[in-house]
Ligand binder design. Sequence first.
Ligand SMILES: CC(C)(COP(=O)(O)OP(=O)(O)OC[C@H]1O[C@@H](n2cnc3c(N)ncnc32)[C@H](O)[C@@H]1OP(=O)(O)O)[C@@H](O)C(=O)NCCC(=O)NCCS
Length: 406
Amino acid sequence: VDLTFRPPKTRDEALRFFRLACPALLVPVAQAEAWMEREGYDHLWLAFEGGSLVGGCLVPELAQYFGGKAVPTGAFRGVAIAPEARGKSIAERLMRHALLALRDQGIPAAMLFPATQRLYRKAGFEQAGSYEVVSIPMHEFDRAPRSFTALGATAEIEALDVLPVREVTLDDPILKVLYDALAPRTQGLFQRNAWLWDRVFRPALPLDLFAYVFGPHEDPEGYVVVHVEKGATPHYGTLVVRDRAIATVGAARAARAFFARYRSTIDRVRFVTGPTDPLIIGLDNQQTAATERRDRFMFRVVDVKKALEARGYPPIDATVHLLVKDDVLEERDQRFLLRVQGGQATVEPGGAGLVQLDVRGLSAMYTGYLSATQAASLGYMKGDPSSARALEACFAGPAPWVADYV
Ligand SMILES: CC(C)(COP(=O)(O)OP(=O)(O)OC[C@H]1O[C@@H](n2cnc3c(N)ncnc32)[C@H](O)[C@@H]1OP(=O)(O)O)[C@@H](O)C(=O)NCCC(=O)NCCS
């Protein structure tokens, strides 16, 4: 097939893609133009077969925290091929083209949420972190503040135990300050740019959002941005936490106590969670958390040297001789000498290639999602065991997740 890939030349051409992508991604075609306005089209690749538009994808540049440093990642979104052109490897070739373009732009990695994994695994991605939505019955939150009064606590003691809460406007800079302080201490969360913040505060469908900050005015410890949603029963609704940053155990306790204040009309609280979540760990009955959505993001190292040098590392000294197999972007296997010291890495070409890694395994280890043993058991890694352990130690950190479904 005669395929070409290029950015749109005109606004009209871009709009034709958004119209094509709407039914593919279950969005009403009537919303195509609004989607394009929100999204922009300066990071759009189009696919043409014999001159006619058959699909495309969006790849905005974002950044995710790994080891405390923001690593630039191309976030694949809106991958769509017209139904009549499917099944001819067009998506696969489009992915390869866009990945090479990322590398040319100096962006060392890529991520995405897969509708189907096969296509992306073929393109060199692997599962590498979680995105999970849970909802928790209100009575779980109700308990915490009551246990204080059960001990005979007065309002005074409660005030000591539970941080104060105050409402702030959505544009209060404290929200970003708190998020920016917390995100680098996680693994995988985005360093939010204006577009990502806009997605939080300006949802596609209008919502009444309210923001609350926990802690003293001069030293806040966390926030939640919430809205309410009608529930299945006539009397009760759901409190939806649209965004939050909970930096301390005090903020977690304050947030839980705050949720309980909604109990007269709310019987569930829903939020995006990670593999370990201070909002859930502190519950008496964490098993009552119901998973409403369980997703995994996929990740791909696009430029081995740049990606390894871009992330942060634990304070260990390690030297690892890597041999990386990338069947999509490279004609032959590549050797690298990775040296980690003082929380940073330097990478030089060469070395003895003591650990052999498929790029998918490297990608999933890079985010801290797969251990060396798991990568080996999936067939992604072999070679010298002590080098493999050293590599695992380099990538150790909190379990990776993202809070923004991009
Ligand atoms: C998913 C989509 C982009 C695939 O486009 P395509 O051009 O038909 O895909 P390709 O022909 O390049 O397929 C590449 C590989 O992925 C596999 N694949 C493609 N779609 C698949 C699906 N829905 N389920 C399982 N495997 C799939 C193909 O079988 C092929 O693997 P194989 O060669 O080993 O058989 C297209 O079906 C589409 O636009 N769907 C609706 C929108 C969507 O789901 N987008 C993804 C959002 S993340």
